[in-house]
Design a protein around this ligand. Structure first.
Ligand code: BTN
Length: 265
């Protein structure tokens, strides 16, 4: 990252929750480094960014393919968890995921005029392909939640993907002729995240959910969800006020899913 860019980002920290930014050319995972640093000190608002990851992590133990050229970032937050642990940590993590997803969509729309869409719970899509993902991790101090790390990966440029990912991924360069500057994207995401995180801290969850709904490609579709070793198929009908997905099966029975992995059928 060049010095000008660093200064722009430093300016950002003046009136946002961002307190410091660490850039590394290579890390195993920006989430891992963020967790390590957050364990050692009080680093609310720490951002870690890397040019590439050697062991990028996806959800459910999957690897996140992380060659040079894309965006890999992690943000540490420490809201007032005792107050914000609405009903369960799952709800909290779900709402943080949705808040992050809408921030990424807003940033990319503002900067590049590209419309991304959201697949519950954490996928950022474009034209049916995955362009980005969000991984929320957390650590406890005793029984208390100490911090949450928000990991964001966004594909920006073409790369030779492993055969297992062939045809499944998209990258932003495909959808614009504009120059794609990773650090501008980072800046826009942090600005959007700051705005939505303020709403989150003010418990404006309905606004977050409404925004997510207006940018989603999940509701109204037939889906198959794997959650807690159960498989549920049905119509994705709504998102609850705590971020759960509401599914209606063929008997009209409603299920509220807090977390799981979703496939369209
Ligand atoms: C997913 O869709 O499975 C989540 C992918 C999250 C990837 C990002 S890249 C930056 C951060 N560091 C990681 O190791 N993972 C997240």
């Amino acid at each position: 990252m060049d010095i000008m860019q660093f200064q722009r980002l430093a300016l950002l920290s003046q009136d946002t929750f961002i307190t410091s930014l660490i850039h590394r050319p290579v890390v195993d995972s920006t989430n891992n480094l963020a967790i390590e640093l957050a364990n050692d000190s009080d680093v609310d608002g720490l951002v870690v960014i890397a040019d590439k990851q050697t062991s990028g992590k996806g959800r459910r133990g999957n690897e996140w393919f992380s060659p040079e050229g894309n965006l890999y970032m992690s943000v540490v937050i420490k809201p007032n968890f005792t107050e914000d642990l609405i009903h369960s940590p799952h709800n909290l993590f779900q709402l943080i995921t949705l808040m992050t997803a809408i921030s990424v969509v807003e940033a990319i729309k503002n900067l590049l005029q590209i419309n991304l869409s959201l697949k519950w719970p954490n996928d950022i899509m474009i034209e049916g392909k995955k362009v980005g993902g969000i991984l929320i991790e957390s650590r406890y101090k005793g029984a208390l939640l100490n911090f949450v790390v928000i990991g964001i990966g966004l594909n920006l440029v073409h790369s030779n993907v492993p055969p297992s990912l062939e045809g499944k991924l998209a990258y932003l360069r495909q959808f614009t002729d504009q120059h794609i500057a990773r650090d501008d994207i980072l800046l826009y995401i942090l600005k959007s995240l700051d705005r939505w995180y303020k709403k989150f801290r003010n418990h404006c969850f309905d606004e977050i959910i409404e925004q997510w709904k207006s940018n989603n490609c999940t509701l109204g579709r037939l889906v198959k969800i794997s959650a807690d070793e159960r498989i549920i198929t049905g119509l994705a009908t709504d998102i609850s006020n705590m971020g759960s997905l509401i599914i209606k099966d063929s008997n009209g029975k409603l299920f509220s899913i807090i977390s799981g992995s979703l496939e369209f059928i």
